[in-house]
Write a protein that binds this ligand. Structure first.
Ligand SMILES: [Zn+2]
Length: 228
């Protein structure tokens, strides 16, 4: 009965791969196996002092940085980010987070984090969009690492950076005060895994890390879905 129902449902709502658009097999979810196989994974979680970590050297002390796959404009995998960010497909975010978590578990550094924290959206943006894409990823990661997810303690205090402020985030200048920590005791002595969707200049991550590192003896690592 269940099968008849899902067969009927798939006529009206066919499940297609978020990357190539092909129909998904019954055992596939969101992305087909072929696309998953071709995903340009970075595997940088297995490499200490990697190129992403070097982006932060001399700026903010971040313990480890990893990204799930390399992102290039115009690549078919750009669609994954589009589904995640704009189409409100929450399932895909959690699923990608789970894939990330499975990879991160292979690294002793990442397996040892204490808490998983998404890069927060400002509450007004959260209201209009309805969800935070980084939170979906963080949820999937936390489930696979079997660590708690904290979406309250780190928050975004400044909503819409003016043109100048936006420039600041891109240029790595004074980013103080954009992100804040509610109770500094919450993250004292904790290794925090900060989760983002796309790592580009790293300025947003640096601003979050700077806020988190105000907690006594805190350590910050980063997991991003994609690295540009
Ligand atoms: Zn596909």
């Amino acid at each position: 009965m269940q099968n008849i129902f899902s067969a009927l449902l798939s006529i009206f709502y066919p499940n297609t791969c978020a990357t190539c658009g092909d129909l998904l097999e019954k055992h596939e979810k969101c992305i087909c196996l072929k696309c998953l196989y071709h995903l340009p994974k970075t595997n940088l979680h297995l490499q200490k002092d990697n190129e992403l970590e070097q982006r932060f050297w001399g700026k903010v002390p971040i313990f480890r940085v990893a990204a799930f796959f390399y992102f290039e404009k115009g690549s078919p995998f750009q669609k994954l980010l589009h589904h995640l960010k704009y189409k409100g497909e929450k399932e895909i975010g959690i699923m990608l987070g789970e894939y990330m978590g499975v990879d991160l578990r292979q690294s002793a550094d990442f397996a040892a984090v204490d808490v998983v924290v998404p890069v927060p959206l400002h509450r007004n943006k959260m209201k209009t969009r309805g969800y935070n894409q980084s939170e979906l990823l963080a949820k999937g990661i936390a489930a696979k690492l079997q660590k708690p997810l904290d979406t309250d303690t780190l928050f975004r205090a400044i909503e819409n950076p003016t043109q100048t402020k936006k420039g600041v985030l891109e240029r790595w200048e004074n980013v103080e005060g954009i992100f804040c920590v509610k109770n500094k005791e919450t993250f004292a002595d904790k290794h925090i895994l900060l989760v983002d969707d796309v790592l580009t200049t790293g300025a947003t991550i640096a601003a979050c890390a700077a806020a988190l590192l105000q907690c006594e003896n805190a350590k910050v690592s980063v997991a991003s879905l994609a690295a540009a």
